[in-house]
Design a protein around this ligand. Sequence first.
Ligand code: COA
Length: 227
Amino acid sequence: MFPDLTSDDIFRIETQRLWLRWPRASDIASLTSIASLAHVAQMTALIPHPYPPGEAERFIMKARAENANGTALILAITKKGGARQTIGLIGAHVTAADIELGYMLAPQYWGKGLATEAVKALANTVFSLTRASRIHANSRVNNIASRRVLEKAGFAFVDTGLDLLPARGGLHPCDRFQLDRKTWAAAKRAEGEKRPMPPMAQQAQQAQQAQDASGIKPVAAAGEAEG
Ligand SMILES: CC(C)(COP(=O)(O)OP(=O)(O)OC[C@H]1O[C@@H](n2cnc3c(N)ncnc32)[C@H](O)[C@@H]1OP(=O)(O)O)[C@@H](O)C(=O)NCCC(=O)NCCS
């Protein structure tokens, strides 16, 4: 279950280029235009095609209800700055077997690493705020872009099998992936070790190194010298 923190619609996640926030009524037009595209819908389990009138509104109401009761965290993907219109969706659902992840992005934003950025951020949130031991995701075997997103976000390939994609009318061959908490934590540690030091800390370290090399002790502050 997701905690109280995510069950209020002021909850949002910031990444380098994105805000991930609760979907709202003003997203209906953008979501309808993305979900109506055959090449987007056909890669998903749940988006019907053709996209029926009223479906985006129904989806948003349901997503908000699930977010509010802690059974999911479904967020609109928006770009920072500018109009901040919705360019996609990402969702993590609580299932019997931990957490299931899904996402889609408007085609004009493909190939810029944005889905990967959103998936990494949501995975961080899941492992930071819930007790889930792993996140599952699957993609149709011909969905190379989605497969790459999962690989780049640290997911491991598990197997290929027939999965139910209700909106695609039955079982379809899918590649199954998972990211477990241990792997995620190890990757975070490695990332932290590689991250450059913030400028202030860097200056302090350089000053300390220069001082050590010169062998000169710092002059005591006035109060200390007098005392
Ligand atoms: C899957 C999807 C979210 C990817 O979004 P995105 O922002 O383009 O993803 P990213 O840019 O983060 O990564 C895409 C990767 O796939 C690669 N890729 C895309 N199409 C490819 C192809 N035909 N062959 C090889 N690689 C391909 C890109 O080069 C990139 O990898 P790289 O960074 O190593 O070069 C987007 O294509 C989408 O919304 N598709 C429709 C819905 C969908 O498939 N949802 C997932 C359901 S499981």
